[in-house]
Design a protein around this ligand. Structure first.
Ligand code: NAD
Length: 283
């Protein structure tokens, strides 16, 4: 195996330590702790696990954390009313509605209801717009974490070719904006892209955010490339990424594992964003 494995766990720990120190400073100055409220609707098992991790990470970092659990049958109006209440609560600096929400609820409407300065996921159109014009206020946690990892690992972005597979609002698109802002030449691929393997092979940095187990194989990877695997797929009782790790690690320069790669970075950046939201509201 040739590739250097990028440990998301180790980097997330470093990032979290930094947030913890800054949370202490925030408390000393303002006399209160930053507060995050996560709203979860329904019983999706993976969502419950993610919410539990976020809650614990907040408490470990000195951030106040509340989880509001609503039943699957919750009406859209009720969820919107919950968000309105949290928007008005000065002790709540960050609001996160865990996705996916049940099908009878319009996710877009929900995300647009969150006050932009409390939108720690960075999904509100105002924050998306800010990102597009180069203002990085509250940036989506997963791609932001990937950028922090590349920077901390000293992996050059400027002038490099970056190829992203996946164009979701959560990962693919904000990833493209962040890489573009750091002067990479960015290509975004999706389900209708022709000659996908050939396009992917141009990437010095290849980000896979597809949601298909072990989709990326070595023939899609430029030798020496940095391969970032965002995918989380349950196969039997195992979690696997979107990259065939064993195969690709033989020719990549750097690669993230699943689990222990991008996942922990996402949580670290949620903590970072919660503190940032609190700072913005206290300015
Ligand atoms: P999504 O379903 O919204 O988007 C998937 C994207 O993949 C789409 O843009 C689609 O065009 C593209 N795609 C699908 N099939 C393709 C194909 N055959 N060829 C090329 N492109 C194809 O997914 P998402 O929300 O961006 O998540 C992607 C994966 O990342 C999922 O496994 C998800 O669980 C995982 N994820 C992980 C984290 C984390 O913290 N590690 C965070 C968010 C998402």
């Amino acid at each position: 195996m040739a590739a250097h494995i990028l440990s998301g766990n180790a980097i997330a720990l470093k990032l979290t330590e930094r947030v913890k120190e800054n949370v202490e400073d925030f408390k000393a100055v303002h006399g209160i702790a930053p507060g995050l409220t996560v709203v979860i609707v329904g019983e999706d098992p993976a969502s419950k696990v993610y919410v539990g991790r976020k809650h614990k990470a907040c408490l470990d970092t000195g951030i106040n954390s509340e989880v509001i659990r609503l039943p699957e049958t919750t009406a859209e109006e009720e969820l919107l009313a919950t968000i309105d209440r949290l928007n008005a609560d000065a002790a709540v600096h960050g609001i996160l509605v865990q996705l996916p929400v049940p099908r009878h609820i319009n996710a877009e409407k929900v995300l647009e209801r969150i006050r932009p300065d409390k939108d720690v996921d960075g999904f509100h159109p105002m924050n998306v717009g800010n990102l597009c014009v180069g203002k990085e206020h509250l940036v989506p946690c997963t791609p932001y974490g990937i950028i922090k990892m590349l920077e901390l690992e000293g992996i050059a972005i400027e002038g490099k070719r970056a190829v992203i597979i996946g164009r979701s609002n959560i990962v693919g698109k904000p990833m493209a904006m962040l890489l573009l802002a750091r002067n990479a030449t960015v290509t975004v691929c999706h389900s209708r892209t022709k000659d996908l393997a050939e396009v992917c092979r141009q990437g010095d940095i290849l980000v896979a955010a597809i949601g298909k187990p072990e989709f990326v194989t070595r023939d899609m990877v430029k030798p020496g490339a940095t391969v970032i695997d965002v995918g989380i797929n349950r196969v039997g009782d195992k979690l696997v990424g979107d990259v065939n790790f064993g195969d690709v690690a033989e020719i990549a320069g750097h690669i993230t594992p699943v689990p222990g790669g991008v996942g922990p970075l996402t949580i670290a950046m949620l903590l970072h964003n919660t503190l940032k939201a609190a700072e913005i509201q206290r300015m």
